[in-house]
Design a protein around this ligand. Structure first.
Ligand SMILES: *[C@@H]1O[C@H](CO)[C@@H](O)[C@H](O)[C@H]1NC(C)=O
Ligand SMILES: *[C@@H]1O[C@H](CO)[C@@H](O)[C@H](O)[C@H]1NC(C)=O
Ligand SMILES: [Zn+2]
Length: 453
């Protein structure tokens, strides 16, 4: 196990150094999930790391998910078969899926636009809102919940889109705060949607979460990249910011750009790479705004949560070293165990009727297996980024803990199901509801530790 892990570490570090010189065509592209368990199989996959036709979107210590372009796919599959490597085609035709999802988005958007309910900027959460719609929704919240919701503009993005933090507060001084951001990686659409849906749940049904804690939510930390992925289906898989750093390739991986062990491991100095750390720490203006906002409220913000996709991980510092932070027992035993217990309880209570009714049906085994498969959502892996996922340097959670002194600092990798970052919009609400369980636990913890009673 240990051997395999080290080996995965090397593999992932290599994967993350991959350069993408061009933005490959999605026509005929497939998504494969490949398991590996020997050094030979590892080397074989590693050979493809520098190939521009391959985008390793997820890597763990026994599998990789990779997007492969049309011109490479058949030969590659043949090779996997020759080496007896198991793989599953997760997405048969990436281009078709992306195109269909774009059409569905537009249809749903028009449908909702006609409804009186959503005319005011409210979101249905049946499609992924674009940057404009996110802002309309934020404005709607401030109009609907005048005494609770307000907006703080923290600055403009590289392309001059305004960045708005939603503040939820019932007033009163010296309350602890929880800070949430999402969408630093443009293509991870489920992240902003989940952050906003949780706000929706809180304001509609769970105002008790506002009594003792203030909330700050920055739903789109990378507005330029996010809007770019929405602007055309061809750009759907863009990950970075859109800044021009003087190279032919644009953009920086915002989550390698924080001033915290910058460029020491698991980040690239190649501007064409998807993990390009930028020309210097905090080169990205979006990250500068986030830094300044948080440092201004240093001391008040007690928990930092950043949402990403995908893979179902709850990660905490550090990314750059296998050492664990001094307060790891607090992060894990007090907080995470409660989050996981709460998620499981939530699942059980929600599915008890389904499970009971299944008892009276035939094919019980099959249906139980399906029910269990459905519970995938509660199966989060947790640990430090370095140990549970892969080494990386300059991510926001490490910075928040070390430089902003926020002891409770977590990265959530939300579920991707079989779709990865192309998770269908019908998953927004289920993912939001289950993730909200984690938010409740975090709130409970922050309240009991920091709020005055
Ligand atoms: C591939 O599948 C076979 C049969 O299920 C299994 O025995 C083998 O360990 C798998 N190989 C890998 C690399 O996962
Ligand atoms: C974004 O949403 C707005 C409002 O619904 C719409 O007018 C606009 O066309 C959308 N932009 C894109 C790129 O879909
Ligand atoms: Zn991400």
């Amino acid at each position: 196990m240990r051997v395999i892990f080290l080996f995965a570490t090397i593999f992932v570090a290599a994967v993350l150094a991959t350069g993408h010189q061009t933005h490959p065509s999605m026509q005929g592209m497939q998504s494969l999930s490949i398991s590996y368990d020997t050094p030979e199989q590892f080397s074989l996959l590693k050979n493809y790391v520098d190939d521009p036709g391959f985008d390793f979107v997820r890597s763990t210590n026994d599998l990789v998910d990779v997007l492969v372009t049309a011109d490479k796919i058949e030969e590659f599959k043949q090779l996997l078969e020759e080496h007896r490597m198991n793989y599953t085609v997760m997405i048969e035709d990436v281009h078709q899926l992306v195109t269909e999802q774009y059409i569905e988005q537009q249809v749903e958007r028009r449908l909702q636009a006609r409804s009186q309910d959503y005319a005011s900027g409210r979101l249905s959460f049946t499609y992924y809102p674009n940057y404009t719609e996110v802002n309309e929704y934020l404005t709607y919240l401030t109009q609907t919940y005048k005494n609770i919701a307000s907006l703080i503009t923290i600055g403009n993005s590289y392309e001059k889109r305004s960045m708005k933090v939603l503040k939820l507060s019932t007033g009163g001084a010296n309350k602890p705060a929880i800070f949430i951001d999402a969408g630093i990686h443009a293509r991870e659409w489920i992240a902003p949607a989940t952050a906003l849906y949780m706000v929706d749940l809180m304001l509609q049904n769970h105002r008790d979460l506002l009594t003792k804690v203030d909330w700050y939510v920055l739903p789109v930390l990378n507005p330029d990249g996010y809007e770019y992925t929405h602007s055309s289906s061809a750009n759907r898989l863009w990950r970075k910011t859109r800044s021009n750093t003087g190279s032919t390739c644009r953009g920086v991986d915002g989550n390698r750009n924080y001033d915290m062990q910058w460029m020491t491991i698991g980040a690239s100095s190649d501007p064409c790479s998807d993990t390009y750390a930028g020309p210097k720490p905090f080169s990205e203006v979006e990250n500068q705004h986030l830094r300044d906002f948080i440092l201004t409220r240093k001391g008040q913000i007690k928990a930092y949560l950043t949402f990403h996709s995908y893979g179902q991980y709850i990660l905490y510092p550090w990314g750059w070293t296998s050492n664990v932070p001094a307060n790891e027992p607090e992060l894990v035993s007090k907080l995470l165990m409660n989050i996981i217990a709460s998620a499981i309880m939530h699942f059980v209570t929600n599915n008890i009727f389904t499970l009971l009714s299944l008892l009276f049906q035939r094919n019980l085994a099959i249906q139980c297996a399906q029910a269990i498969a459905k519970s995938r959502r509660t199966r989060y892996t947790y640990g430090t980024s370095y140990n549970a996922l892969y080494p990386n340097s300059g991510p926001s959670d490490d910075w928040a803990m070390d430089k902003a002194g926020i002891k409770l600092s977590f990265t959530y990798e939300l579920p991707g199901g079989n779709y990865g970052d192309l998770l269908p919009a019908s998953e927004i609400k289920p993912v939001g509801i289950e993730t909200f369980e984690a938010l409740k636990v975090t709130h409970q913890y922050v309240t009991s530790k920091y709020a005055s009673h």
